[in-house]
Design a protein around this ligand. Sequence first.
Ligand code: ASP
Ligand code: MG
Length: 425
Amino acid sequence: MEPLFVFKFGGASVKSAKAIRNLADILLKHRNRNLVVVISAMAKTTNALEDILSRWFEGDAVGMQERVDELEKFHIEAGLELVDGDENHVLISVIKLLLEQLKSQLKGKPHKSYDFHYDQIVSFGELLSTHIVSYYLNEIGISNILVDARKCIITDTTYRDGIVDEETSSILCQKEFDLGKGNIFITQGFIGGTKVGTTTTLGREGSDYTAAILANLLNAKDVTIWKDVEGVLNADPKIFSNTQKLDKISYQEAIELAYSGAQVIHPKTIKPLQNKGIPLYVKSFINPDAAGTVIINNDNVGKLPPILILKRNQVLISLSPRDFSFVIEDCLSKIFAILYKHRVKVNMIHNSAISFTVCVDYDKIRFERAQEELKEEFSVRYNSGLELLTVRHYTHEIIEEIAKKNVIYLQQRTRSTARFVIDRL
Ligand code: ASP
Ligand code: MG
């Protein structure tokens, strides 16, 4: 059988009519392949829908209506641009129909949990973008089948963070992505459905993960994530100068990068691919013929340059037992239980005989709840507004430079990785 390929286009690659035309140009070059194309919501639509949802919950009907109108205008204008201003085009009717469905969800007051409503509302971003892309492609002669991800990416009822039931999804995906019916399929990233058909989502930025799951379930030959950067870089160009593109990295390296806070790939993406040895390409939709980065098995990867990842908004907490006892096992297990209970994400730890230091992501509500409970048994001191800098494959020059330019609160080094909790000078 002919191999199948998975493409994923994120919000930036469908942000306007022009961007969607560019996507179509890329697909044209691959139109004879079997393709599953996973698409995110247009531009900042997910954020806009989150805002609409908050206003609905706060009872701000006027603000909500304004945001809905903006969203409507944005999608219809993009749609019209794609069909040469033809108001009667079916693509425009489809956008309007989806927007009516969204509005009817927002009637009355919320009656279920925030997370439940979140998924019902925020999923419209992907529903809108995929309908627009699919109808437009059909219009210009790239015939395709639009698959509703809610019918085949089956999750449990953990709203906003749906856990995929791979067995059921596998059976349904074979059925929906039926190569007997066509060779190009368009589907939504980020969204799924429960067994009884309620919409769920897979967590912010979850479209990469959808692409990986589909590749795994459909035994794809490879996956390409099309982005507005030339591939995976060794540092964020918005923060560091002289960045360089990495040609090849291992799955392991990619997991380490995502875990340390690199924004380029969603952390959950790699596992489904690694399990089946499916290569992941990260390529530029602006320069689609360039090689980009490939993420593959360890054995095929050469030496890497230093890679720098900066995670902002960190707090360094120091704890010492109030009774002046030592920090020993039962003490540590108490600390971790409290942090875990309040979902405070731990990034780095350090302990001495009488104190324990932990660097965590700052989330106001979670941090305050955890702090309150910790104070019952420990004296707590903390520094906020810090940054965590991870350097993979470090050199001594880099470490010296970091020491010159920053106040270092805590550092740890292994053979391959150096991590610093810093305040920039
Ligand atoms: N549209 C969703 C988000 O912005 C999912 C994604 O883009 O991957 O989080
Ligand atoms: Mg996005």
